[in-house]
Design a protein around this ligand. Structure first.
Ligand code: IPE
Ligand code: IPE
Ligand code: MG
Length: 259
């Protein structure tokens, strides 16, 4: 199953000169983008899909290996029914339209989140895309849909309990192995567009030591330039994972790196 994924990023110190290996993005601000133009909110979502396409291209050019996008939260069902329905249709259409291109570009596609509330046609489109791209290696593209960080952790724990009734101890490694992102290292860089500074129940467990970047840019306006700002900001950080600055300067031994 997962290999390097079990090495928590709270233990290893990645080289900051490198481009982040895993970027996770909350794509926010579609509605405001549309409102500014006196357009209906759904026009913003349609433009949001364009920004997704551009972002995939941009992260590949920069050598990012994992891109995880928050498309629909478990709380987004609270929106007006017409908007939810439009978003679901947009998801289906985009999948059907883009799946071949994902495959041709060697992109591995996955969806994380609770699929039980999706229409069968959407579930089938997701499964088909995941199957078609299962052997792709250039970029791991993951879309979080009907996803919630609390749901993810609870699902993992309940799965462990179901498998071993009466179990009374659960450790970090066991939970990691059951989480929906068990195939990936934890995100190095988290980006949220649209100006809000919150996690909104995204990857709660996996963001424990991720570097955060918030931008006022609205998602449809997100491009390579904003991405480069985020990466440049990331590369200026010092990821200490609890250690002191001095320890990092004098060098952490191989044994200490994993302590
Ligand atoms: C993000 O944009 C897209 C989804 C949550 C589906 P919003 O729709 O939240 O846009 P704002 O925040 O209202 O501008
Ligand atoms: C978060 O955006 C979820 C996605 C981008 C899919 P929202 O715009 O729904 O977040 P809140 O509810 O305002 O925090
Ligand atoms: Mg929003």
């Amino acid at each position: 199953m997962a290999d390097q994924a079990f090495i928590s990023s709270t233990q290893t110190v990645p080289d900051l000169n490198r481009v982040p290996q895993h970027i996770a993005i909350i794509m926010d601000g579609n509605g405001r983008w549309a409102r500014k133009r006196f357009l209906p909110r759904i026009a913003g979502h349609a433009r949001g899909v364009e920004a997704v396409r551009g972002t995939i291209r941009a992260v590949i050019e920069r050598g990012v290996e994992y891109l995880t996008l928050f498309a629909f939260s478990s709380e987004n069902w609270r929106r007006p029914a017409e908007e939810v329905s439009y978003l679901m249709q947009l998801f289906i259409k985009s999948l059907q339209k883009e799946v071949r291109r994902l495959h041709e570009n060697n992109i591995r596609f996955r969806v994380i989140g609770d699929r039980s509330r999706f229409e069968p046609v959407l579930v089938r489109a997701i499964e088909a895309a995941e199957e078609l791209t299962a052997g792709s290696t250039r970029l791991h593209l993951t879309v979080a849909a009907n996803y919630g960080g609390r749901w993810d952790v609870l699902t993992a724990v309940n799965r462990l309990l179901d498998r071993q009734p009466g179990r009374c101890k659960i450790d970090e490694e066991a939970v990691n192995a059951e989480l929906s992102m068990n195939f990936a290292p934890e995100p190095d860089l988290f980006i949220r567009t649209g100006g809000e500074q919150r996690i909104s129940n995204f990857l709660l467990w996996q963001l424990a030591y991720t570097e955060f970047f918030f931008t006022d840019a609205l998602w449809p306006d997100f491009d390579g330039k904003v991405l480069d700002q985020a990466i440049a900001s990331y590369q200026e950080r010092e990821r200490r994972f609890g250690r002191t600055s001095e320890q990092l300067i004098t060098g952490v031994s191989e044994a200490e790196r994993h302590a």
